[in-house]
Design a binder for this molecule. Structure first.
Ligand code: NAD
Ligand code: UDP
Length: 345
């Protein structure tokens, strides 16, 4: 199968490129390097010994995307490209709506004009909002998002679903669309080679890259955002999923999309919650020393608990996560300790 990964030089895209190539599929990547570098793709090629067709372009640029998609005519597009920092989205909502919504609209217009049929979209557990009780099932109602980033995911899901519905009726569409919406829980870890991993710009917002940077000495200590939640140790619980498990989920999802029509939603998580302090301790075991932390105030907008009911992906896609938190921390540490400054050094 021929796949095209928008945002494929990023954290999840680069790991998915490895999993796709290893499953025997062809990979093209389109990225504008807003939050990544071409070095990640050079390393994907090193890990797999296979070539990636690499295009530098803005996915919102329709003229350019028509050229690229005409040249590639992929069986499936996996749409990772987007801005993803929650805090930044609150400060820069216009940029977030413009980038995330426009990229998806451009892809849909190009797909309609070229008769391309399958798209897999990077959504997020954030669309479940604050009112649902975990484990979240795909049928749980979508909730009210707490930030513009979350709303862009919510809206992109809706746009893709509406387009798939319209395409079934023909009219402007040459063929019915196949849309797979993947709701990621908390992607963490790195490829076991240590050659690719998460490389956040500036101060990390997310827990695992922050812990990694404390462990490697780039930062002094972690601030744990609140220890007064109604959980066993008082800290929030999340469903941390190894990025290679997530990547393998995309292979299954793309293969599924190529053979089905309409819209299907899947959670990609492990179904196992871990607290902030459990992750800090697990990382200490992996790196061989304690990770310094202090307890701080709660972070605005945080939900206490979030984890997946991952049974649908197992039943329908034949996929389930197989790596646990010790492998997550081992691989995150392997990446961080061999690339203390990320891809730049
Ligand atoms: P990332 O920032 O590492 O990757 C996104 C990639 O998209 C980057 O390489 C960036 O340069 C590129 N990009 C952004 N706008 C673009 C545009 N207009 N044209 C071309 N390229 C563009 O992020 P990631 O963690 O790999 O996330 C991938 C996707 O998964 C995103 O859509 C994100 O919102 C979603 N997601 C991520 C998480 C997470 O915790 N990492 C959780 C849920 C959903
Ligand atoms: N967290 C923390 N300190 C940090 C970053 C995150 O205590 O510096 C906590 C955060 O409050 C949440 C968990 O770690 O309970 C996971 O946060 P992350 O931002 O990685 O994921 P999300 O909250 O988006 O699920």
């Amino acid at each position: 199968m021929k796949t095209l990964l928008t945002g494929g030089a990023g954290y999840i895209g680069s790991h998915t490129a490895v999993a796709m190539l290893e499953a025997g599929h062809e990979v093209a990547v389109v990225d504008n390097y807003a939050n990544s570098s071409a070095e990640a793709i050079a390393r994907v090629e090193k890990i797999t010994g296979k070539k990636v067709a690499l295009y530098e372009a803005d996915v919102a640029d329709k003229e350019r995307m028509m050229e690229i998609l005409k040249a590639e005519m992929p069986d499936c597009i996996i749409h990772f490209a987007g801005l993803k920092a929650v805090g930044e989205s609150v400060a820069m909502p216009v940029e977030y709506y413009r980038n995330n919504i426009d990229t998806t609209l451009t892809l849909l217009e190009c797909m309609r004009e070229l008769g391309l049929t399958s798209i897999v979209f990077s959504s997020s557990a954030t669309v479940y909002g604050e009112d649902n009780v975990p484990p979240f099932t795909e049928t749980a109602p979508k909730g009210m998002c707490t930030n513009p980033y979350g709303w862009t995911k919510w809206m992109q899901e809706q746009m893709l679903t509406d387009a798939a519905k319209a395409s079934e009726k023909g009219e402007d569409w040459k063929t019915p669309l196949s849309v797979v919406l993947l709701r990621y829980f908390n992607p963490v870890g790195a490829h076991e080679s240590g050659l690719i991993g998460e490389d956040p710009q500036g101060i990390p917002n997310n827990l695992m890259p922050y812990i990694s940077q404390v462990a490697v000495g780039r930062r002094d200590h972690l601030t744990v955002f609140g220890d007064d939640y109604d959980t066993p140790d008082g800290t929030c619980r999340r469903d941390y999923i190894h990025v290679m498990d997530l990547a393998e989920g995309h292979v299954k999802a793309a293969e599924y999309a190529a053979e089905h029509k309409g819209t299907e939603v899947f959670n990609l998580g492990t179904g196992e919650p871990y607290s902030v302090l459990e992750m800090v301790k697990a990382f200490g075991r992996a790196c061989g020393h304690d990770v310094a932390y202090e307890i701080g105030a709660r972070r605005a907008g945080d939900v206490q608990d979030s984890w997946a009911d991952a049974s649908k992906a197992k039943a329908v896609l034949g996929w389930e996560a197989s790596r646990g938190i010790d492998e997550i921390c081992r691989d995150a540490w392997n990446w961080q300790s061999h690339n203390p400054q990320g891809y730049t050094k």
